[in-house]
Structure formats: C-alpha cells, structure tokens
Write a protein that binds this ligand. Structure first.
Ligand code: FES
Length: 101
C-alpha cells in the first residue's frame, strides 16, 4: 500500500521549479508543472547530476551537468546522454495540487 509523507507545501514551488527533498534516505527531485507535482530520482542516469538543480521547460528537466533531458511526468529519457534503458525513476506522480502537500 502506498505511503504518503509530507515533503513540501504547494506554495514552496513556483511553476517550472524543482526542489531537492530527502525521503527515507533517498534524494528526490520534486517538480511543479502548472498545478501538478511530480517526483523523480534526483540522480541523473548519466553520471549522477542533480536533476533538482536542472532547468525545467514545460514537462522536461535538463540535467545541469551534461544536458540530458528527462520527462518530468514519466522519468523517460528525452535527450542524451541520459541512460535510455533506465530513465530517471519516477517516484510518484500526483495530478492534483492538494495531494502533494
Ligand atoms: S550527469 Fe546528467 S547529463 Fe551527465
């Protein structure tokens, strides 16, 4: 059964902004895209860059180290050099603002 834990309030993130949160020893990149919040592993699949510090455009984040791009909603690799086999693990995806708080 999924477990819900409060990691941020909705007003902590602007649209197109990411934030690093630590949850049970894991570093998670939390993103806001419009009114939805999404969570991915903070670790880029290429060489471990911090995705929470990446540039967000639409529903994509670009790794700040070498430019790999990931779909924020699914974790899928959208541009190399991200590891196409694994992508960035989508930790959760909530479509409603209230569920992220
Ligand atoms: S570490 Fe992310 S693109 Fe290289």
């Amino acid at each position: 059964m999924p477990k819900f834990m409060k990691v941020a309030t909705p007003d902590e993130l602007e649209d197109q902004q990411g934030k690093l949160v630590e949850l049970e020893g894991q570093e998670i990149a939390l993103f806001r895209v419009e009114e939805a919040f999404h969570a991915l592993s903070d670790t880029c699949t290429h060489r471990g860059g911090p995705l929470s510090e990446g540039t967000v455009e639409g529903a994509e984040v670009t790794c700040p180290w070498h430019g790999a791009r990931f779909d924020i909603k699914t974790g899928a690799v959208m541009g190399l050099p991200g590891d196409e086999k694994s992508g960035a693990t989508n930790r959760s995806s909530s479509s409603e603002r209230q569920t992220a708080a």
